[in-house]
Design a protein around this ligand. Structure first.
Ligand code: CAA
Length: 240
């Protein structure tokens, strides 16, 4: 079992919490990021976790980047597809670019990264892939046709790939967070967010470390019988 884990978008928000919890649990973690070199350098200084910069929507960059991580840190056993962006807007105002960019990064990123990691996991006979979906991929969200479609796609992608990995010791699961206290959610207009929080039965936003603990479980040997599932962690906002 390889103890090298790669977390996309792993230096901030939910990704940061996942990187930390995997490190605490004995994994050698590589955290990828796409933009902010300064924040990434601060993250490495604070945590000792190595960072790698590439765009997960870029197929060739994912193949080359994962090869480099494996060369530096050893064969990749765990992949957390966490990187994601929003370009919210009602259909009338949403541009094709807003649509395309969210699909390219959020859904295309899962394909690109799995393409780079999954075959070797199967050859090794052990692997864990956790794709970060969303409550909004399960229930939809006003002003998010792009994001909801990408996240919903991630849930289908998970179930299909899980069937390919099942006999090879590779589990593939999704975790669907609700509204979590991160920069992404803080960008939602205040009055809109207030209305959303009012609909969360537990009465608050989630915390990134709460999601990270769910990911930790899915990456453990205790979760060997869990594959193709979507675990919802949303304070009861969406139950089905
Ligand atoms: N249901 C029905 N109607 C709604 C609505 C809703 N949920 N939200 C807004 N409306 C209505 C408004 O009442 C308004 O109606 P009137 O014109 O009749 O007054 C109309 O739609 C336009 O609303 P806005 O003024 O808000 O429109 P806008 O174009 O300025 O903004 C928006 C639209 C960008 C989508 C904004 O409403 C918004 O940011 N919404 C939040 C979207 C959201 O939840 N994003 C989640 C980001 S975090 C994330 O995605 C992480 C995760 O996984 C959970």
């Amino acid at each position: 079992m390889s103890k090298t884990a790669i977390v996309t978008g792993g230096t901030r928000g939910i990704g940061e919490a996942i990187s930390l919890v995997l490190k605490e649990n004995g994994f050698t973690v590589a955290a990828t990021y796409a933009g902010d070199d300064k924040k990434a350098a601060e993250f490495t200084e604070k945590t000792g976790i190595a960072t790698y910069k590439w765009d997960v929507g870029d197929h060739d960059a994912c193949i080359a980047g994962c090869a480099k991580v494996a060369e530096d840190l050893g064969p990749i056993g765990v992949l957390i597809n966490n990187a994601g962006i929003t370009r919210d807007g009602v259909m009338k105002k949403m541009s094709f670019d807003d649509w395309n960019e969210v699909i390219r990064v959020n859904l295309g990123g899962c394909f690109n990264m799995a393409k780079a990691c999954f075959p070797a996991m199967c050859d090794q006979g052990w692997g864990r892939i956790v794709n970060i979906g969303s409550i909004n991929g399960q229930g939809g969200q006003y002003g998010q046709v792009n994001y909801a479609a990408a996240k919903s796609g991630i849930h289908g992608f998970t179930k299909a790939l899980a069937q390919e990995g099942a006999k090879k010791g590779v589990t593939v699961n999704a975790l669907a967070p609700g509204y979590i206290d991160t920069e992404m959610v803080a960008a939602v207009p205040e009055q809109v967010l207030e209305k959303i929080v009012a609909k969360i039965p537990v009465g608050r936003l989630g915390q990134a470390h709460e999601i990270a603990r769910g990911v930790k479980f899915l990456c453990s040997d205790d979760a060997a019988f869990v594959t193709g599932s979507t675990i919802s962690m949303n304070g009861g906002q969406h139950m089905y």
